[in-house]
Structures are given as C-alpha cells and as structure tokens.
Design a protein around this ligand. Sequence first.
Ligand code: GAL
Length: 679
Amino acid sequence: MKKLGKGVYLCEWGERDNFSPFTLLGTQPKEDKRADAECPFSEKELVFEEKEDGVLLSLPVSEDEDFYGLGLMFKKVRQTGRQLHLRVNSDPIANTGDSHAPVPFFVSTKGYGVLVLTAREATFSFCNAIQKRRRSALGENRIVTDVNALYLSDNRGSDVRIFLRGAKGISIVIFAGENTLDAVERYNLFCGGGALPALYGLGILYRCFGGADEKAVLDTAQTFRKEGVPCDMIGLEPGWQTYTYSNSLCVNRKLFPDFYGMVKKLREQNFHVNLWEHAFLHNSCPLYDELFDKSGDYEVWQGIVPDFSLEEVRRTYAEYHEREFLSAGIDDFKVDECDSSDYSTNWSFPPYAKFPGGTNGEQMHQLLGTLLAKTFHDRKKTDNKRYFSQIRSLGAGASPYSFALYSDLYAHKDFVRGIINASFSGLLWTPEVRQCESERELLRRLETLVFSPFVCVNSWMIPSPPWQQWDCEKNNRGELLENREELTKKCRDILSLRMRFLPYLYAKYFEYALHGTPVFRAMPLAYPQDLRFRDCEDEYMLGEDILIAPIDADTNAQRKVIFPAGEWIGFFDHKVYAGEATIGGEMPIGVYVKRGALLPLAQAAENTDAKPVPVTVYAFGASEGETVLYEDDGESFDYESGKYNVLKITYRNGKIQTKSEGKFGGKLWEIAGAEEINV
Ligand code: GAL
C-alpha cells in the first residue's frame, strides 16, 4: 500500500495494464487542504485472487454499510446487494451497469471510496456474492410462500467484489475520510478538482430546431430577447454541416450563407454559440486524410474514428476547432454519440476494434468521451477561456471538465436519479427538456431542470419553443397553442428562477472546483448517517442549504418529502417544514431552505452579461446569518492562480455587512439589500 496524499492510498496486485484513464489524461491532483485520514483497510483485509479469466479483489464490509456511485446510473441509487458490469451504453434498460458514463468509483456510508484504475469493463458486486458453505454453516430450513418475503433475501454477502475480466492485475485507489462526502471530495481533488464552468454556462442553453437555417436561428434568438425569456447560449444541431452523420465539420453554406456573420450577431446580443458535432469523421472532413492512419480499424457511420488517446490526434483536432470555430467566437460544443448502443447497426465500433495507440474497442468505449472532453478542455485552458459544453459520455477522471452529460432517454424519474447519481462520481448531468405530452409535463420538467447542474432546452425536433407548442407533431405543423402567451410567461418565470439562484449556484461551483464538493448532492451523500435517506431516489441537496424535491413530470403524482433534522422553510410558501410532508397537485416543485440560512438571490436577468449583478440576501426564518460568495471574472482560468475574491456576507440586527478578500480587482456581485423571511 502506497500513500499518494492525504487520505489517499494506492494498492496494487499482479501485473498492471499498460494504461488507465488517469495515465492517458495526465491527471494532476489538486491540493487537499483538509486533515489526513487513515486507510480504512489493512493490507491483509483486501484479498486478491488470480483467476483463469481475470482477477478478483474482495474488500470486507460491515453490517450497516451501504454503497453508491459507479457513475451516471439511471435505474437505482443504492447499490448494496447488486451487481453491475460497467459498460458505456446509451440505452440502459435496467440497473446492470450500462450507462452513458460509468465510473469505476464507489463510495461507502462508512466514509471511504474506492477507484479502480482501469479502462476495462469492471464488474462490481456489493454484498451479493456468497461462496458455497458447508451444511453446518447454513441456517435452518424454512418454507417461504410469500413472493416479497422470498425476494427479500436475508443472505447478505460479506464483501464487495471487483472482477476485471482479462486482466492479470489490479490497481485501486482508496479515498479515506470522516464521512462519505469527504471520500467524494478527495476523489474529485485527485482528478484535479471539480469543474468551474464559465458564468454564462450556468444560464440557459436553447438548442434550435435541427432544420433551422441562419434566419431561423437568428429569429429564435431574437424571440428570446423580445419575450424576455432568459437565454445565454444558443445551440445548433447537426444541420450546420455539409455532411452528417458522420461529420464533415464544415459549414453548410446553403443553409448558413453568412455563418460567421451570424455568430458575430449572436455574440453581440450576448448569446454564446454551441455547435453539435461528433468525432466520427466523414471523407469530406478536411481532417480525414491526416487522421486516417491514426484511427481505429472500424468505421462508424462511414466515418473514421480518430484515436484520441494519441496526443497528436488531440492536438490536430483541437487546432482545427481553434482555427474554424473558437477563433470565430464559437464557445461550446455538444459532443454527441461518443457512447455506444446495442440497438442500431454501425452505431459505434465493436469491442474488438484496434486503435493505433494500443487500446481495443472495449477500452476505447470507456475512454472516448473523457478523451474528447480533455481535447476541448486543454484547448480552452491554452486560450484561458472557461466554457460549459455538453457530451454524451464520460468516465473516470472527468471531474475537472465543464461538460454536462445528456441523453436521448426521457423518463423523468431516471433523469432525477441522474442528478443524484452524478454527484457521487464527479459528473454533471442535464435533465434536458424537449417536447412533451402535456403542459403540466413541460412545467414539471422545467422545474427540475432549473435545479440541476446544466439547463438545456433541446428543441432539435421542434421548430418553435415548447412553450409555444409542447406537442411535437403540432409544433412541426406550425399549430401553436392558443394559450402560448400565458404558457410562455409561466415558463419564463421558472427559467428566471435559475437566474435568481446564480450567486448561490456560482459559489457552490467554486467550492466544487476548489474543494471537490459536489454542487448537487444525493441525500445519502449529504446525510450518510440518516438511515431514512439510504434508499432516497427523488430528492437531493443543492449545496448544504437547499433541499430539492421534484414532482414527477410523467405522473404529477403526490409524493412524500423527507426532511433532514432541523427545520426547513418552503422557498415558495414560507411555511416551516420538519419530519415529512406530502406535495403534488397544483403545488410547485419542493424547494426548501435550511432555517437560519442566508440565501443570496440575484435580480433575474435575461443573461449573465451585465456585471456586477445586483443581489439581495434573504435570511430564512432567522434574524441573523452569514454566507460566502465568490467573485472573479467569470470567464478565465485566472482563479486557479488565486485571482478571485471571497465575499463574506453577514446579516445581523437588520444590517448587512460585506467583506471581500482576495486578488481579484473587480466586482461580480453587488449586494443591494437584505430581507428577512419571517415564519
Ligand atoms: C442525438 C442527440 C440529440 C440530437 C440528435 C441530432 O444523438 O442526443 O440531442 O442532437 O442526435 O441528430
């Protein structure tokens, strides 16, 4: 066992693989300022076995311990008693380990985490494997006829097992701490710290209709400003290219005759532009010949698959993007299809594909999204410009990259689990809103969206925004809703909530970057000792002061909210809550503020451009309180060399006091006043 840093321990057995995601990413851990912690295991407690077809590692477990994590899982939160085989796949149908973004890192409620340094598809089994025993070791015979009792097995295995098929050795990193959150923070710091997106990235992204031309894009953008619906980013779908799928990465001049002029106009109206693409390159792409020999041996959608594990490929790709897009004012990308699926032919390369850098298809699937994110991230760092882009696959080590994951799937319950599960694994996820089946569904989805890591309204299938017509077919036929004005107002109000929460949200993202503390947190991550939350799949924390309980968009059914100890104040109704409550029906999404919290809220603006932003602080159910905001330029990586301010805000006896300390010369927030929310 080798100590890598405070509370971080490396253990290795057998013959190691040549590479892991971390060697390829060149990960540089960020300094951990907290106290050291001892490894929760002694070396002899960890049992390594070499099998004919792979290696197995077993870790002991105590009785009341529960397990979480392994990436962006949609189907379950608590993984105790389950087995998952981590495989990149965009169409998970059950809790089997298929995911857009599996991460071989799990945490325990005992306050530690374990990361496997591998690009293989690892299998994790949490207390569900039991080796055969002698009759004398078994319990009494019993007769069970009730199905529930039958499935409620009292056979809990006594270990966590990690199996790596085909491997001859295994390397793991153990993250120790006082609690589960410590372990996650340490993992994120080990990866280089959490992502700090550009401030505009915390606003709203609207993705235009797939068939939109230059005029339609500019008109859409104008409508936002005309109707006062907040929007910071405009996204273009595949149609901006001359060829897709695979991709030419060349502008379609028929639809966009003055493409760069359009980008300029959008920038002048404070929209940041985001371009859809994927990295399977068509023979009409200018990079095709150069990258042909540096690609895998299988095609995808008649395109080559460049090997992004090679530094020169990343450089060539990034330079092309710099020349063609970034230098022209395009800030972000939606990096699509870098996951895989079993459903359609030639969706992706096969597991037995070979890449020149030495990986096979199985490994490349696990790595591709993260390597692409790194490609863009490194370029952005060279340009000293922060960003917030989208990607459809990520894996281990992705914490520092400002990329939000998204999906073509749409079950609202799964989307909420996405927010919750992403928090264990250094991932950011957007429960994007598209067309809907009803007005109610649209509103419910938007409510969840604004309280998620990234806000994306993805209208790639509908020419008009969903608040003008949520029904896809009618929208495409141009049949707009009669009540569209009223619905636009309702949606504007919900989206404006996002803009109001910016100062708080930005502070939480800052803490994610500096300390690795996730912005959104699963309840068992925030309250690992509260057994009521061990199975919680429908509420989560935003920072430490706000509890979010979405109402299911598919059913609008009533639901129970469980409150952590103490009193919570309803954000909308200013009522006091404790213990449990039931919400639903006509009530808005559950948003509760911890009693005594000082919540800084901005004046809702159309976009994040005007600075400093006027902020009012609200003392929830108390006559005094304190909080901290962070200030920097909101757009460069200068904060990494200390160019930011910590703005301490204190409220007492009706008076507000602020103290700003740090190396940033400017001002991001203008504290305009304070209010007490009396309950
Ligand atoms: C999908 C993606 C959608 C949309 C579409 C365009 O793969 O998830 O959001 O961009 O491609 O073809």
